[in-house]
Design a protein around this ligand. Structure first.
Ligand code: MG
Length: 401
């Protein structure tokens, strides 16, 4: 299977690269892209010799070319840049599967391009469906492209459905949430939590954006919108259940009351590998010593995680969840506005400009300030998210006054 990895230097992209190393007979990499981390990209280019690479802009392109020249790589890959470069890396390198793992709204245009081209898309980028879910799913259906979820919750549902996006006789989909590092805290305590505490996720090793979203529970809100589009299910039949052990990755409830869940290690290599291998499964666990995937451990229910607990989310404290669900119900450009405002707010928090509780506050104020409009194309979704980013940045100055 020929694979293009968009967002190759991020957490998901790196996990995919390590899978390609472990299963060289199954995965051949045709393209690797990133935004700025050209050193890391160069190392994987040396390793996998893809046909093409893409980076953010001309400066990064120059830097990457120089690195590869200094390393004596021959032949060198086509080095592309910008949104066009990301799209070409996805659609022009002969890939059968495109892993969409760019963080944030920048992932939408190349995901849409891959869907329109009828390619199989392993989707880790949440914003593609959050910002323009109706458009992306419709384009994929028209072109015969399969959109396969990589997000662990959606992969769990996809697996419970037997490797299908549509389940029959479904009553509810229940997305589990770890609750993040601040589970149990109340609103006043969230005013003073640190950046380091927000980035210390108790269960999952992820990039800073998703980890921060997990701490505000915006992540689960984005995942509700994602699930709504992916599985064509209305919001009244989508629920969130806090499950701090992250053993049960999500649950499907059928009309007869039966619930099917997927359990597994909290390791993104599992949903990632399933997105590539389904309906088959690859041997991630060793069949004998020295084999299998490095550092990948089987789930032992009788071990330290033997006690599984479930509770309702604290929606009054973690208001991002309700903000996201509401934006999803409103539809149009509202989810793109939510996503853009959140991206900006998380950047400002990670840069030390605003406090943790200000993230949700900024998203709320931005949603109040920009009315939702109907969404006709991806360009409008990107424009709405960019407008929200600008406004959120401006509003942050007022917060600081
Ligand atoms: Mg998830």
């Amino acid at each position: 299977m020929k694979l293009a990895i968009l967002g190759a230097t991020g957490s998901i992209g790196q996990s995919a690269a390590r899978l390609a190393e472990a299963f060289p007979d199954k995965l051949q990499i045709t393209a690797l892209t990133c935004a700025r981390n050209v050193e890391k990209l160069a190392a994987d280019i040396m390793r996998f010799r893809p046909e093409a690479a893409a980076v953010r802009g001309p400066d990064e392109r120059k830097k990457l070319a120089a690195l590869l020249k200094a390393a004596g790589l021959k032949p060198t890959p086509h080095i592309l840049c910008g949104e066009k470069g990301q799209i070409a890396a996805a659609t022009e390198t002969g890939a059968d599967v495109v892993l969409s793992a760019i963080a944030g709204g920048a992932g939408l245009p190349p995901t849409m391009a891959a869907a329109k081209r009828g390619l199989k898309v392993a989707l880790a980028n949440k914003e593609s469906l959050v910002m323009a879910g109706d458009l992306v799913m419709a384009a994929a259906a028209r072109a015969g492209a399969a959109i396969i979820p990589v997000d662990s919750e959606h992969s769990a549902i996809f697996q419970a459905f037997g490797g299908n996006l549509a389940g029959r006789n479904v009553r509810r989909l229940i997305l589990t949430a770890s609750g993040g590092p601040f589970r149990g805290l109340k609103a006043p305590a969230l005013e003073t939590v640190s950046r380091a505490a927000a980035l210390a996720h108790p269960r999952w090793a992820m990039g800073p954006k998703v980890t921060c979203d997990s701490a505000t529970m915006m992540n689960k809100g984005l995942e509700l919108i994602e699930a709504h589009h992916l599985f064509s299910i209305d919001y009244d039949r989508l629920e969130v259940l806090v499950h701090p052990q992250s053993v049960v990755h999500s649950i499907v409830e059928y009309v007869d009351g039966s619930q099917l869940a997927q359990l597994g290690p909290a390791d993104m290599r599992l949903p990632l590998a399933y997105a590539f291998s389904h309906p088959e499964r690859w041997p991630l666990l060793p069949d004998r010593p020295g084999r299998g995937l490095k550092g990948y451990r089987p789930l032992e229910l009788a071990g330290a995680k033997g006690r599984l607990t479930f509770e309702k989310p604290d929606r009054a404290t973690f208001r991002a969840l309700a903000l996201a669900e509401n934006a999803g119900r409103v539809g149009g450009t509202a989810p793109a506005i939510l996503s853009g405002a959140n991206e900006e707010a998380v950047d400002l928090f990670l840069a030390g400009v605003i406090g943790f509780a200000d993230i949700t506050r900024l998203v709320e104020k931005t949603l109040e300030a920009i009315p939702s409009a109907p969404l006709k194309n991806v360009g409008e979704a990107v424009a709405a998210a960019n407008e929200a980013k600008r406004l959120a940045k401006g509003l942050s100055l007022e917060l600081l006054r």
